[in-house]
Ligand binder design. Structure first.
Ligand code: ASP
Length: 478
């Protein structure tokens, strides 16, 4: 019998996980699923995350050292960052366009929106007071009541949503001065950075610096280091291979856990949660689908040419399904690297430099979602955002997506900063939290697909993509 391809096995695990969760919720077994099945999902994510930091470190050192000439590195680095920035701005633009056309926040009844507006005005007044009196309005009961009504959540579930925890996290990321983000990239102790998955930018900085220094030392000294780094990378990739053998089971556990946590022992609740937020979810989903099915394939067609539409999805299917199940670009990175090297035939020199940076800074799905979410929440509160405010969203969503860690829910935390940048109540994230996990899964697929697309474009422009074996000859002729 022909063996089913891994990504199909993962898809089957995913579907079975959802079916199991719905079944167990109907039969009142949700707690069993959460206690005995869901932990395997966490184990899976931990196993992948465990590899992410060292993989980023070694793969970038390897990539930089492999490029050889510092001038080439500079050119490629500039091209990579520019391409990532352009796709990000494009995604924010698409999000804003869709949310302004569909207006999902205006599709709920007028009276609720008026009430929301009143609550907003009270909050805005409270903001001033907060500055004066130091009162914490984040727990404003009026806001909470509205959030409860809109999302049909019970009070204890809203507490569960741990809005204030997210706010504290976001506060931590808010810088003191304009150059704070730059200062934050330079680690004062690399071992500390290596110990925290959230400090990936520092690891990237160190790896590039290390790689460049490696280029400047005599060959006989650098060679053993390069060989060691290359060997270590192989070991990590092998570890991923081994973990991926069990991926279908792990993905089953992951999905069973996520859906069971949402549904509890009442399947109807999942439907209820989505009903209130369906137009918002659909707008985000539509934007993300457009990116995956139209925008990226179009970029591939225009700039890469050699990869037919369906071959692209076949080639990166395992990375996409994994991104969907884990909601983490960092956890998916090892598989993304493999797919692009083995299936799209991109040279390792390019992948090991472009993809780890992309997984950390390029989040097209996240910024698209953030732009839709902010405008949706404004619409829900009858607030018309001016053109200036929408341009502010372009800027802050771009920066917020760059600053988001490649882990589940990171985009939601950074959304707080985007909301604040246009003077809206950051605690409104509570309204969209109920559907955030599923949208997180979808936007992570876009994040990963965006990295793959940019990587292919860069590889093609550097003549280091061998998907079509004729291609190098053609390029030489031109
Ligand atoms: N989960 C996303 C990622 O890892 C980030 C986000 O929350 O948007 O790519």
């Amino acid at each position: 019998m022909k063996k089913i391809a891994l990504h199909w096995q993962i898809v089957i695990g995913l579907v079975l996980g959802i079916v199991w969760a719905l079944l167990s919720s109907t039969l009142g077994w949700s707690q069993f699923t959460i206690d005995w099945i869901a932990p395997f999902g966490t184990i899976f994510i931990n196993l992948l995350k465990l590899i992410a930091v060292p993989l980023v470190l070694f793969s970038i050192i390897n990539g930089v050292a492999g490029i050889g000439d510092p001038a080439n590195l500079g050119r490629m680095g500039a091209k990579t960052l520019l391409a990532y920035l352009l796709t990000t701005i494009f995604a924010v633009g698409l999000g804003l366009l869709l949310v302004n056309i569909i207006k999902p926040g205006e599709l709920i009844d007028q009276q609720s929106r008026i009430d929301n507006r009143i609550a907003y005005e009270l909050w805005a007044e409270g903001e001033d007071l907060q500055i004066k009196d130091g009162i914490n309005y984040l727990h404003d009961p009026k806001f909470k009541e509205r959030a409860l009504e809109i999302t049909n959540l019970t009070k204890s579930e809203l507490e569960d949503a741990t809005v204030s925890e997210k706010m504290q996290e976001a506060d931590k990321t808010k810088g003191a001065g304009p150059l704070k983000p730059l200062v934050d990239i330079i680690p004062s102790n690399i071992f500390k950075s290596l110990g925290d998955n959230g400090l990936m930018l520092q690891v990237i900085f160190f790896a590039i610096f290390f790689g460049i220094a490696l280029l400047f030392i005599p060959n006989e000294k650098s060679e053993p280091v390069t060989k060691f780094v290359d060997g270590v990378m192989e070991v990590f990739l092998k570890m991923v291979d081994l973990i991926m053998k069990a991926a279908p089971f792990f993905v089953f556990a992951l999905l069973a856990g996520v859906v069971s946590t949402m549904a509890g022992n009442d399947v109807g609740k999942v439907v209820e949660i989505f009903k209130g937020l369906s137009w918002y979810s659909l707008t985000v989903a539509l934007g993300l689908m457009l990116m995956i099915l139209v925008v990226y394939p179009l970029f591939m067609k225009l700039f890469v040419k050699v990869v037919p539409y369906f071959d692209l999805f076949k080639a990166i299917g395992p990375a996409q399904t994994l991104a969907f199940s884990t909601s983490s670009s960092a956890a998916t990175l090892p598989v993304t690297l493999e797919c692009v090297e083995d299936n799209l035939k991109v040279d390792k020199k390019i992948t090991s430099f472009v993809l780890p940076i992309g997984a950390t800074v390029n989040m097209d799905g996240t910024c698209l979602y953030q732009s839709v979410a902010v405008v949706f929440l404004a619409q829900l509160h009858m607030i018309d955002l001016t053109l200036g405010q929408q341009l502010t969203i372009v800027l802050t969503a771009t920066l917020a997506s760059i600053g988001s860690a490649a882990v589940p829910s990171a985009g939601l935390v950074m959304l707080i900063i985007v909301l604040q940048s246009v003077g809206l109540n950051p605690a409104w994230i509570a309204i969209i939290i109920p559907v955030d996990r599923i949208l997180d899964m979808m936007r992570t697929v876009v994040n990963v697909t965006g990295d793959v697309t940019v990587c292919s474009v860069i590889a093609k422009s550097e003549k280091m993509m061998y998907y079509d074996q004729e291609e190098p000859k053609e390029v030489v002729e031109s």
